[in-house]
Design a protein. Structure first.
Length: 146
C-alpha cells in the first residue's frame, strides 16, 4: 500500500462516523477526485473488503457495520509497523554490510516494486543526511555509502 493510502485510511479512522465527501478527501490527501476514487477501490481490494463504503449524495464512510473500529485500527497499525520494520531493515542492510547493493538485489530481497524501492531509498537518504552520511547510486556498483 502506498503512503497515500495509509494517510487516507488514517483520515477515516479519525472520523469514523462522519460522511466525508471526495472533495474533502482530495483536499486532505492533496490529489484529484478521480485519484481518491481509485485509491478507495485499491484500499477496498487490498486492505479489507469494502472497508470504505460510498453513500449516495453524502460521501464516503468507514464500514463500521461490518468491521469494528478496533479491528480496523489494529490492521492499520500492523501495516504501518511492517512498513517501518522493512525500512529499518533495508537501512541496516545498506549501512552495515561492507559490500554495495544494487537496486535489483533489494527488489528481490524485499519483494518490492521499483517505485516503492525508490521511495524507501529516498527516505533512507534523507535520514542519513541528518547524520552526514551520503548514500549514492553508482552505475555498475550499486548503492554506495560515502
Amino acid at each position: 500500500m502506498l503512503d497515500r493510502h495509509l494517510k487516507l485510511l488514517q483520515f477515516f479512522i479519525k472520523n469514523p462516523s462522519k460522511h466525508i465527501s471526495s472533495n474533502e478527501i482530495a483536499e486532505h490527501v492533496n490529489v484529484s477526485n478521480r485519484t481518491v476514487r481509485n485509491d478507495i477501490h485499491v484500499i477496498n481490494s487490498n486492505f479489507m473488503d469494502d472497508i470504505i463504503v460510498s453513500i449516495k449524495s453524502k460521501g464516503y464512510q468507514l464500514n463500521t457495520s461490518q468491521y469494528t473500529l478496533e479491528t480496523i485500527t489494529e490492521r492499520y497499525t500492523h501495516i504501518q509497523s511492517y512498513k517501518e520494520k522493512l525500512l529499518l531493515s533495508m537501512a541496516y542492510q545498506l549501512l552495515m554490510h561492507n559490500k554495495s547493493q544494487t537496486l535489483q538485489q533489494l527488489e528481490q530481497d524485499y519483494l518490492l516494486s521499483k517505485t516503492v524501492l525508490n521511495d524507501y531509498f529516498v527516505r533512507i537518504q534523507q535520514w542519513c543526511q541528518k547524520f552526514n552520511i551520503v548514500l549514492t547510486i553508482k552505475k555498475k556498483q550499486g548503492i554506495v555509502v560515502d
